[in-house]
Design a protein around this ligand. Structure first.
Ligand SMILES: [Zn+2]
Length: 61
């Protein structure tokens, strides 16, 4: 009986995590978020399309 309760509890936690991730992706910490968009300069933040280094001397992240 106790094992059943623990199993149900774990299942509920997994469900909450999945639902939370599906509905509130921005609530996740930055480390867990997927990087999106084109690469940007690590120094000035300019978009670097087709190049690895920026005019300001910075490098793409
Ligand atoms: Zn730059």
């Amino acid at each position: 009986m106790l094992v059943k309760i623990i199993f149900l509890f774990l299942l509920a936690m997994v469900l909450v995590a999945l639902i939370g991730r599906a509905f509130f992706p921005s609530a996740l910490p930055r480390v867990m978020q997927k990087r999106s968009g084109p690469p940007r300069c690590g120094k000035c933040g300019r978009y670097l399309i087709g190049q690895k280094t920026c005019d300001c001397g910075g490098k793409a992240k």
